[in-house]
Design a protein around this ligand. Structure first.
Ligand SMILES: NC(=O)c1ccc[n+]([C@@H]2O[C@H](COP(=O)([O-])OP(=O)(O)OC[C@H]3O[C@@H](n4cnc5c(N)ncnc54)[C@H](OP(=O)(O)O)[C@@H]3O)[C@@H](O)[C@H]2O)c1
Length: 309
Protein backbone atom coordinates (compact mmCIF):
# COMPACT_ATOMS: atom_id res chain seq x y z
CA UNK A 1 0.00 0.00 0.00
CA UNK A 2 1.52 3.34 -1.00
CA UNK A 3 1.39 6.56 0.97
CA UNK A 4 -1.50 8.05 -1.05
CA UNK A 5 -3.65 4.95 -0.65
CA UNK A 6 -2.86 4.85 3.04
CA UNK A 7 -3.99 8.44 3.43
CA UNK A 8 -7.09 7.84 1.32
CA UNK A 9 -8.10 4.94 3.55
CA UNK A 10 -7.47 6.97 6.66
CA UNK A 11 -6.72 6.04 10.29
CA UNK A 12 -8.25 2.81 11.52
CA UNK A 13 -9.26 1.39 8.14
CA UNK A 14 -5.72 1.93 6.90
CA UNK A 15 -4.26 0.23 9.92
CA UNK A 16 -6.53 -2.75 9.42
CA UNK A 17 -5.49 -2.97 5.77
CA UNK A 18 -1.86 -2.70 6.83
CA UNK A 19 -2.36 -5.83 8.93
CA UNK A 20 -2.53 -7.79 5.67
CA UNK A 21 0.74 -6.33 4.35
CA UNK A 22 4.21 -7.83 4.73
CA UNK A 23 6.11 -6.75 7.87
CA UNK A 24 8.33 -4.39 5.85
CA UNK A 25 5.37 -2.75 4.06
CA UNK A 26 3.48 -2.61 7.33
CA UNK A 27 6.28 -0.84 9.09
CA UNK A 28 6.88 1.65 6.27
CA UNK A 29 3.22 2.48 5.81
CA UNK A 30 2.35 2.95 9.44
CA UNK A 31 5.52 4.51 10.77
CA UNK A 32 5.42 7.17 8.07
CA UNK A 33 1.93 8.07 9.10
CA UNK A 34 1.94 8.38 12.88
CA UNK A 35 2.68 11.94 13.92
CA UNK A 36 6.03 12.16 15.71
CA UNK A 37 7.27 14.87 18.04
CA UNK A 38 10.79 15.89 19.02
CA UNK A 39 12.10 15.38 22.55
CA UNK A 40 13.68 18.80 23.10
CA UNK A 41 16.59 17.67 25.31
CA UNK A 42 17.89 15.14 22.76
CA UNK A 43 16.25 15.74 19.39
CA UNK A 44 14.98 12.12 19.37
CA UNK A 45 11.61 11.73 17.62
CA UNK A 46 8.76 9.99 19.44
CA UNK A 47 5.41 8.74 18.06
CA UNK A 48 2.86 11.16 19.54
CA UNK A 49 0.30 8.56 20.70
CA UNK A 50 1.47 6.21 23.45
CA UNK A 51 -0.26 3.79 25.80
CA UNK A 52 -1.21 4.09 29.48
CA UNK A 53 -1.43 0.97 31.65
CA UNK A 54 -3.16 2.08 34.86
CA UNK A 55 -6.33 -0.03 35.11
CA UNK A 56 -6.40 -2.17 31.95
CA UNK A 57 -2.95 -3.76 32.54
CA UNK A 58 -3.55 -4.44 36.23
CA UNK A 59 -4.66 -8.03 35.69
CA UNK A 60 -3.78 -11.41 37.19
CA UNK A 61 -1.64 -14.20 35.79
CA UNK A 62 -4.45 -16.05 33.97
CA UNK A 63 -4.25 -16.31 30.19
CA UNK A 64 -7.87 -15.18 29.80
CA UNK A 65 -7.09 -11.70 31.21
CA UNK A 66 -3.72 -11.40 29.51
CA UNK A 67 -4.60 -12.53 25.97
CA UNK A 68 -6.44 -9.30 24.98
CA UNK A 69 -3.50 -7.25 26.28
CA UNK A 70 -1.08 -9.25 24.12
CA UNK A 71 -3.23 -8.25 21.13
CA UNK A 72 -3.29 -4.61 22.27
CA UNK A 73 0.53 -4.61 22.37
CA UNK A 74 0.74 -6.29 18.97
CA UNK A 75 -1.56 -3.68 17.38
CA UNK A 76 0.28 -0.87 19.14
CA UNK A 77 3.75 -1.83 17.91
CA UNK A 78 2.51 -2.89 14.46
CA UNK A 79 1.17 0.63 14.02
CA UNK A 80 4.62 2.04 14.75
CA UNK A 81 4.07 3.39 18.23
CA UNK A 82 6.53 2.89 21.09
CA UNK A 83 5.87 4.75 24.37
CA UNK A 84 4.23 2.78 27.19
CA UNK A 85 3.65 4.49 30.54
CA UNK A 86 3.48 2.41 33.70
CA UNK A 87 4.38 2.52 37.40
CA UNK A 88 5.04 0.31 40.43
CA UNK A 89 1.85 1.95 41.76
CA UNK A 90 -0.20 0.06 39.13
CA UNK A 91 -0.20 -3.28 40.98
CA UNK A 92 0.64 -6.00 38.39
CA UNK A 93 1.06 -3.75 35.31
CA UNK A 94 4.88 -3.82 35.15
CA UNK A 95 4.96 -7.61 35.60
CA UNK A 96 2.25 -8.08 32.96
CA UNK A 97 4.19 -5.94 30.49
CA UNK A 98 7.39 -7.87 31.23
CA UNK A 99 5.60 -11.12 30.61
CA UNK A 100 3.79 -10.06 27.42
CA UNK A 101 6.32 -7.93 25.52
CA UNK A 102 8.12 -10.01 22.89
CA UNK A 103 11.85 -9.49 22.40
CA UNK A 104 11.11 -7.61 19.18
CA UNK A 105 8.69 -5.32 21.04
CA UNK A 106 11.17 -4.88 23.90
CA UNK A 107 13.73 -3.63 21.39
CA UNK A 108 11.31 -1.02 20.02
CA UNK A 109 9.67 0.00 23.30
CA UNK A 110 10.13 3.39 24.91
CA UNK A 111 9.29 2.41 28.49
CA UNK A 112 8.27 5.20 30.85
CA UNK A 113 7.95 3.98 34.41
CA UNK A 114 8.11 5.69 37.77
CA UNK A 115 9.50 5.68 41.27
CA UNK A 116 6.91 5.98 44.03
CA UNK A 117 7.82 5.66 47.72
CA UNK A 118 5.06 7.13 49.92
CA UNK A 119 5.73 6.96 53.67
CA UNK A 120 9.39 5.98 53.31
CA UNK A 121 10.72 8.96 55.31
CA UNK A 122 14.54 9.16 55.42
CA UNK A 123 14.82 5.78 53.69
CA UNK A 124 13.19 7.08 50.47
CA UNK A 125 16.42 7.21 48.47
CA UNK A 126 17.38 3.57 49.13
CA UNK A 127 13.75 2.40 48.82
CA UNK A 128 13.57 4.19 45.48
CA UNK A 129 16.74 2.51 44.20
CA UNK A 130 15.42 -0.92 45.16
CA UNK A 131 12.04 -0.18 43.63
CA UNK A 132 13.53 0.99 40.31
CA UNK A 133 15.73 -2.11 40.13
CA UNK A 134 12.65 -4.25 40.75
CA UNK A 135 10.68 -2.39 38.04
CA UNK A 136 13.42 -3.00 35.49
CA UNK A 137 13.53 -6.70 36.44
CA UNK A 138 9.73 -7.06 36.25
CA UNK A 139 9.61 -5.21 32.94
CA UNK A 140 12.58 -7.27 31.66
CA UNK A 141 13.83 -3.94 30.35
CA UNK A 142 17.26 -3.30 31.86
CA UNK A 143 17.59 0.23 30.49
CA UNK A 144 14.33 2.09 30.99
CA UNK A 145 13.99 5.02 28.59
CA UNK A 146 12.19 7.36 31.00
CA UNK A 147 12.13 7.24 34.81
CA UNK A 148 9.66 9.63 36.41
CA UNK A 149 9.05 10.65 40.02
CA UNK A 150 5.41 9.63 40.51
CA UNK A 151 3.19 12.42 41.84
CA UNK A 152 6.35 14.26 43.02
CA UNK A 153 6.60 11.93 46.05
CA UNK A 154 10.05 12.24 47.74
CA UNK A 155 11.19 14.30 44.76
CA UNK A 156 14.55 15.53 46.07
CA UNK A 157 15.65 12.08 47.29
CA UNK A 158 14.90 10.50 43.90
CA UNK A 159 16.18 13.27 41.62
CA UNK A 160 19.70 12.71 42.97
CA UNK A 161 19.56 9.02 42.00
CA UNK A 162 17.93 9.73 38.64
CA UNK A 163 20.66 12.22 37.71
CA UNK A 164 23.35 9.71 38.65
CA UNK A 165 21.67 6.86 36.77
CA UNK A 166 21.27 9.07 33.70
CA UNK A 167 24.98 9.94 33.77
CA UNK A 168 25.80 6.24 34.11
CA UNK A 169 23.56 5.44 31.11
CA UNK A 170 21.18 3.28 33.17
CA UNK A 171 18.22 5.44 32.14
CA UNK A 172 17.91 7.72 29.14
CA UNK A 173 15.61 10.48 30.37
CA UNK A 174 14.28 11.75 33.71
CA UNK A 175 10.94 13.33 34.53
CA UNK A 176 8.19 14.05 37.04
CA UNK A 177 4.45 13.36 36.96
CA UNK A 178 1.15 14.46 38.42
CA UNK A 179 -2.49 14.24 37.43
CA UNK A 180 -4.24 17.23 39.05
CA UNK A 181 -4.42 20.90 38.09
CA UNK A 182 -3.59 21.82 41.71
CA UNK A 183 -0.10 20.35 41.16
CA UNK A 184 0.74 22.78 38.31
CA UNK A 185 2.45 25.42 40.52
CA UNK A 186 4.77 22.70 41.90
CA UNK A 187 5.42 21.28 38.42
CA UNK A 188 6.28 24.76 37.12
CA UNK A 189 8.57 25.35 40.06
CA UNK A 190 10.46 22.15 39.27
CA UNK A 191 10.73 23.01 35.57
CA UNK A 192 12.20 26.42 36.52
CA UNK A 193 14.57 24.96 39.12
CA UNK A 194 15.71 21.54 37.86
CA UNK A 195 17.01 20.13 34.62
CA UNK A 196 14.48 17.46 33.63
CA UNK A 197 13.69 15.96 30.22
CA UNK A 198 9.97 15.20 30.64
CA UNK A 199 6.98 16.36 32.64
CA UNK A 200 3.73 14.38 32.70
CA UNK A 201 0.40 15.95 33.64
CA UNK A 202 -3.34 16.00 32.88
CA UNK A 203 -4.74 17.94 29.94
CA UNK A 204 -7.94 17.40 27.96
CA UNK A 205 -10.64 19.20 25.98
CA UNK A 206 -12.60 19.30 29.26
CA UNK A 207 -9.73 20.50 31.51
CA UNK A 208 -7.67 23.13 29.72
CA UNK A 209 -5.90 24.78 32.66
CA UNK A 210 -2.48 23.61 31.34
CA UNK A 211 -2.86 25.91 28.31
CA UNK A 212 -2.54 29.00 30.50
CA UNK A 213 1.00 28.62 31.87
CA UNK A 214 2.24 25.05 32.12
CA UNK A 215 2.30 24.06 28.43
CA UNK A 216 3.85 27.39 27.35
CA UNK A 217 6.51 27.02 30.07
CA UNK A 218 7.37 23.49 28.88
CA UNK A 219 7.76 24.80 25.32
CA UNK A 220 9.86 27.72 26.53
CA UNK A 221 12.16 25.58 28.69
CA UNK A 222 12.48 22.73 26.19
CA UNK A 223 10.80 20.08 28.35
CA UNK A 224 8.94 17.21 26.65
CA UNK A 225 5.34 16.61 27.80
CA UNK A 226 3.42 13.38 28.38
CA UNK A 227 -0.32 13.96 28.68
CA UNK A 228 -2.38 11.75 30.98
CA UNK A 229 -6.17 11.67 31.49
CA UNK A 230 -6.92 12.89 27.93
CA UNK A 231 -10.32 11.17 28.34
CA UNK A 232 -10.52 12.13 32.04
CA UNK A 233 -10.44 8.43 32.85
CA UNK A 234 -13.30 7.84 30.40
CA UNK A 235 -15.60 10.58 31.82
CA UNK A 236 -15.43 12.67 28.65
CA UNK A 237 -17.29 9.90 26.81
CA UNK A 238 -20.24 10.20 29.22
CA UNK A 239 -20.47 13.91 28.41
CA UNK A 240 -21.14 13.16 24.73
CA UNK A 241 -23.06 9.92 25.25
CA UNK A 242 -25.71 9.26 22.61
CA UNK A 243 -24.43 12.05 20.37
CA UNK A 244 -22.97 11.18 16.96
CA UNK A 245 -19.50 12.47 16.12
CA UNK A 246 -20.19 15.90 14.56
CA UNK A 247 -19.68 16.37 10.82
CA UNK A 248 -17.11 19.14 11.45
CA UNK A 249 -14.82 16.57 13.15
CA UNK A 250 -14.46 14.92 9.73
CA UNK A 251 -12.71 18.08 8.51
CA UNK A 252 -9.70 17.10 10.65
CA UNK A 253 -10.12 13.37 10.10
CA UNK A 254 -11.68 12.36 13.46
CA UNK A 255 -13.97 9.34 13.07
CA UNK A 256 -14.81 8.79 16.74
CA UNK A 257 -15.16 10.86 19.91
CA UNK A 258 -11.89 9.34 21.14
CA UNK A 259 -10.13 10.71 18.06
CA UNK A 260 -11.80 14.11 18.55
CA UNK A 261 -10.47 14.27 22.15
CA UNK A 262 -6.98 12.99 21.31
CA UNK A 263 -6.57 15.18 18.23
CA UNK A 264 -7.60 18.16 20.39
CA UNK A 265 -4.70 17.40 22.76
CA UNK A 266 -2.22 16.66 19.97
CA UNK A 267 -3.03 19.94 18.26
CA UNK A 268 -1.30 21.80 21.08
CA UNK A 269 2.27 22.39 19.85
CA UNK A 270 3.82 21.83 23.30
CA UNK A 271 2.39 18.30 23.55
CA UNK A 272 4.97 15.60 22.88
CA UNK A 273 2.92 12.43 23.48
CA UNK A 274 -0.54 11.56 24.80
CA UNK A 275 -0.90 8.27 26.72
CA UNK A 276 -4.54 7.02 26.69
CA UNK A 277 -5.06 3.81 28.66
CA UNK A 278 -6.91 0.88 27.14
CA UNK A 279 -7.04 -2.89 27.29
CA UNK A 280 -9.04 -3.28 24.07
CA UNK A 281 -7.67 -3.75 20.55
CA UNK A 282 -10.46 -1.76 18.92
CA UNK A 283 -9.78 1.16 21.26
CA UNK A 284 -6.01 1.13 20.85
CA UNK A 285 -6.49 1.20 17.06
CA UNK A 286 -9.02 3.98 17.45
CA UNK A 287 -6.58 5.96 19.61
CA UNK A 288 -3.66 5.40 17.25
CA UNK A 289 -5.88 6.61 14.42
CA UNK A 290 -5.90 10.01 16.14
CA UNK A 291 -2.17 10.22 15.51
CA UNK A 292 -2.66 9.99 11.75
CA UNK A 293 -3.42 12.89 9.39
CA UNK A 294 -4.79 16.36 10.18
CA UNK A 295 -5.20 18.04 13.54
CA UNK A 296 -7.83 20.66 14.46
CA UNK A 297 -7.05 24.34 13.98
CA UNK A 298 -7.99 27.01 16.54
CA UNK A 299 -11.60 27.29 15.31
CA UNK A 300 -12.08 23.53 15.29
CA UNK A 301 -10.53 23.21 18.77
CA UNK A 302 -13.10 25.75 20.00
CA UNK A 303 -15.83 23.56 18.47
CA UNK A 304 -14.51 20.56 20.46
CA UNK A 305 -14.63 22.59 23.68
CA UNK A 306 -18.15 23.85 22.87
CA UNK A 307 -19.33 20.26 22.26
CA UNK A 308 -18.51 19.48 25.91
CA UNK A 309 -20.27 22.57 27.33
N1 LIG B 1 0.23 10.55 38.39
C1 LIG B 1 0.48 9.91 37.27
O1 LIG B 1 1.62 9.70 36.93
C2 LIG B 1 -0.66 9.48 36.42
C3 LIG B 1 -1.99 9.75 36.79
C4 LIG B 1 -3.02 9.36 35.93
C5 LIG B 1 -2.71 8.69 34.75
N2 LIG B 1 -1.41 8.40 34.44
C6 LIG B 1 -1.06 7.66 33.21
O2 LIG B 1 -1.89 8.10 32.15
C7 LIG B 1 -2.63 7.01 31.61
C8 LIG B 1 -3.98 7.48 31.09
O3 LIG B 1 -4.76 8.09 32.09
P1 LIG B 1 -6.04 7.41 32.73
O4 LIG B 1 -5.79 5.95 32.80
O5 LIG B 1 -6.35 8.15 33.97
O6 LIG B 1 -7.26 7.65 31.79
P2 LIG B 1 -7.66 8.01 30.27
O7 LIG B 1 -6.63 7.59 29.32
O8 LIG B 1 -8.12 9.43 30.30
O9 LIG B 1 -8.97 7.10 30.12
C9 LIG B 1 -8.91 5.72 30.14
C10 LIG B 1 -10.33 5.19 29.93
O10 LIG B 1 -10.77 5.48 28.61
C11 LIG B 1 -11.24 4.28 27.98
N3 LIG B 1 -10.85 4.34 26.57
C12 LIG B 1 -9.59 4.31 26.06
N4 LIG B 1 -9.61 4.42 24.72
C13 LIG B 1 -10.92 4.50 24.36
C14 LIG B 1 -11.59 4.63 23.12
N5 LIG B 1 -10.92 4.71 21.97
N6 LIG B 1 -12.96 4.66 23.11
C15 LIG B 1 -13.65 4.58 24.28
N7 LIG B 1 -13.08 4.47 25.52
C16 LIG B 1 -11.71 4.43 25.55
C17 LIG B 1 -10.57 3.14 28.71
O11 LIG B 1 -11.40 2.01 28.73
P3 LIG B 1 -11.03 0.63 27.95
O12 LIG B 1 -9.92 -0.03 28.71
O13 LIG B 1 -12.33 -0.06 28.02
O14 LIG B 1 -10.64 1.00 26.56
C18 LIG B 1 -10.41 3.70 30.12
O15 LIG B 1 -11.58 3.46 30.88
C19 LIG B 1 -2.67 6.01 32.78
O16 LIG B 1 -2.98 4.71 32.37
C20 LIG B 1 -1.28 6.15 33.33
O17 LIG B 1 -0.36 5.41 32.54
C21 LIG B 1 -0.39 8.80 35.24
Amino acid sequence: MDRRNFLALGGLAAMQAVKAATPAQKSAATQNQLITRRIPSSGEMLPAVGLGTSGPFEVGGDEESRAPLREVLRAFFDAGSTLIDTSPMYSTAEAVLGKLLTSEQQAKAFIATKVWTPGSGGAAEQKGIEQMQRSMALLKHPRVELMQVHNLVDLDAHLKTLRRWKEEGRIKYIGVTHYTTSSYPDLMDIIEREKIDFVQFNYSAGTREAEKRLLPLCADRGVATLINRAFEDGNLFSRVQGRPVPAWAGEFGAKSWAQVFLKFVLAHPAVTCVIPATGKVRNVLDNLGAGVGALPDAKQRAQVVAALA
